[in-house]
Design a protein around this ligand. Structure first.
Ligand SMILES: NC(=O)c1ccc[n+]([C@@H]2O[C@H](COP(=O)([O-])OP(=O)(O)OC[C@H]3O[C@@H](n4cnc5c(N)ncnc54)[C@H](OP(=O)(O)O)[C@@H]3O)[C@@H](O)[C@H]2O)c1
Length: 258
């Protein structure tokens, strides 16, 4: 099984939610797991609990990532760190657009640039990119988030072409709603946020996503699971809306009335 071929893993966004669960799972599989996030305390607690190696690094800090990836030959790369901002595009703020591009897409591209050539050279490796159903479907939400997650989806497909001929596997994990603290991180800590997104719903847990990732890694090396969409059973994407144009106001200039 490939788990026994792989020795090292790098997981971004490891201080909470899906990333922390993936670190726990990969440590249980016996990998040397390097856990990256900004929050020092949860990372230290995770390291004590699992034996992972914690790195308090912002994924937008290219220098720090470059230093880490030049020291360790990573067999498994889990690009998981992600943020969202709740505003729709018509109210988008400049800084929010930059943040989503920097964390959710630019950092993923640069980490792949730093790690994948080594995998290709060693003829061994697995990249797992956590995108979102937002990268593959349209629904109400932050359009910048949809756009950058679509970039991660396309990158995942394209990487397989760039690594063609080598045993470097690439998987896009595409979650729907998962019961993590992301909704508090996006919308704030008001108790109503949990009620709106988590409480009373039947949702996949972070450990379910980690189990799926363990499954794709543990598949025989001849098997590349390229795309896995994991949603709550009680969640669907889709829908169609058609609006009538608003009638012009009664005092609108002549010629615009219908
Ligand atoms: N939960 C869902 O419903 C859902 C659905 C679809 C897709 N996803 C995706 O799944 C991934 C994980 O989400 P989650 O639900 O586990 O969210 P989460 O609990 O909010 O975790 C996000 C992680 O990303 C890290 N992070 C954020 N900015 C960072 C930065 N600049 N540098 C380094 N680390 C950074 C955070 O750590 P620090 O703050 O400590 O840096 C945290 O560990 C994200 O890519 C998200 O878009 C989640």
């Amino acid at each position: 099984m490939p788990f026994s071929d792989y020795k090292t893993a790098l997981v971004t966004g490891a201080s909470s939610g899906i990333g922390a669960a993936v670190v726990e799972r990969l440590c249980r599989e016996g990998l040397e797991v390097h856990a990256v996030a900004r929050s020092v305390e949860p990372l230290q607690a995770l390291a004590e609990r699992t034996g992972c190696i914690a790195h308090a690094i912002d994924v937008t800090d290219r220098g720090a990532l470059g230093e880490l990836t030049s020291k360790v030959q990573f067999d498994v790369l889990i690009n998981n760190a992600g943020v969202d901002r709740p505003k729709k595009f018509l109210e988008a703020e400049e800084g929010d657009i930059d943040l989503l591009i920097d964390v959710n897409l630019r950092a993923v591209l640069h980490l792949c640039r730093m790690v994948v050539p080594g995998m290709v050279g060693r003829d061994r490796g697995h990249v797992v990119n956590i995108s979102s159903i937002a990268g593959n479907y349209n629904f109400g939400g932050n359009s910048t988030y949809h756009a950058v997650k679509a970039g991660v989806a396309m990158l995942s497909n394209q990487l397989r072409i760039d690594a063609f001929g080598k045993r470097v596997r690439v998987t896009e994990i595409c979650p729907g709603r998962v019961a993590t603290d992301i909704f508090n991180h996006v919308h704030g800590n008001d108790p109503s946020i949990r009620e709106r997104f988590i409480d009373g719903f039947e949702l996949p847990q972070a450990s379910d996503i980690a189990d799926a990732i363990a499954y794709v890694i543990a598949a025989p090396v001849a098997v590349n699971i390229g795309h896995m969409e994991i949603t709550p059973t009680l969640q669907v994407m889709g829908g169609l809306q058609t609006a009538k144009p608003e009638a012009p106001a009664a005092n609108a200039p002549e010629g615009t009335k219908r």
